[in-house]
Ligand binder design. Sequence first.
Ligand code: SAH
Ligand code: SF4
Length: 396
Amino acid sequence: MKARNSEKIPEKLVRLDAGAGTAGSGRALFGLDADALAAVMTELGQPGWRGRQMAEAMYRQRVAAISEITTLAKPLRAQLESAGWMVGRPAIAQLFESVDGTERYLVETLGEARETVETVWMPEGDDGEAGDGSECESEAPAEGVSRSRATVCVSSQVGCAVNCQFCLTAKLGLQRNLTAGEIAGQVVSVFERKGVEVGRSRVNLVFMGMGEPFLNYSNFMSAVRLLVEQVGLSPQRMTVSTSGIVPGIEQFAMEPPEIRPKLAISLNAPNDKVRSEIMPINRKWPIEAVMDAVRKVRLRPRERVTFEYVLLDGVTDRPEHAAEVARLVRRTGLAAKVNLIAWNPGPGIAYAMPEPAAVERFRAVLVAAGIPAFVRRPRGRDIYAACGQLKRTVEG
Ligand code: SAH
Ligand code: SF4
């Protein structure tokens, strides 16, 4: 296709080895909720409330080994270990720093295969989910408190089965689902590395890394529950993106607001014809079916549904497409906004990046039609950390 496709990737990568981490053999405590941790303790003949001490140590103090849980007496720690337990939080195995401050981590999962998934830290967010005025709470930091602002992009599966034609993750196919501990563990490991103070730092989570969260629904929601109830994050600072898995959206609509993240839908096309071409999943769940499911989600005050829209040169980025998207979004009757993403190139994918002018024109058409629209900044393009580029380009 066009020459813009072969944009040169800067080669100045900083590679750091983050060390061995917590991988090992044994049963992982990390990922268990309060009840399950209490049960571990009662099994060892201890009072159940000691489970809370383990939760506090793993999820708040972010210890990576049983030996560091100093609230438990030494013999009890030894007892846990000889019963085959370990903390087992997925560890950062490698990291790549981009010139724009983005960091991409290869996070190693447990088990024999030693697979890695990718997690991304974006200082100051990507202007998509953060900073667009859609936050539900007051954002003003208290006097004298300096708060760092960042977005962490989290993976939900190793690979993905959905097969969107423009996405690099699709090329991996689905290797396996991540467990709740492996999903929440990415967040805790990155928080630990970046020294995030929960409650003070302004950090958003986006479940937009590798995989389709709604095809790993129960593990994904268990991870969210851990992040809310144990780690102490607000679900209103989390956004989950789905390619439009209707049964998943319907289940999501029934989650209580105390633990339900915000919802983003990868719309990516102005109509069913184009969408089915670039996202074959659309043949199973076409746009109207997705919208019917989304309308079941009861939005919080000021909350909006996000429609993500990847701009592919000549395929989805024309002004007439923008007009069609505006009509489509208006017809849904939803409180919504559109996040525009200029397609990020990847090896072996025959699309081209849109002209910057086309992106701006597209946005202008939406805004003129009364639809809030934002352009998501590509982050870390030099290290393949931008959207859809999370492929294991460095392994082997
Ligand atoms: N599987 C989920 C979440 C991960 S993908 C989903 O598809 O929604 C996160 C976002 O990245 C989606 O909106 C997807 O459309 C977009 N994306 C995928 N590949 C991309 C690429 N090469 N360039 C830009 N955005 C891409
Ligand atoms: Fe999977 Fe999302 Fe990529 Fe589609 S865009 S293949 S759903 S990760």
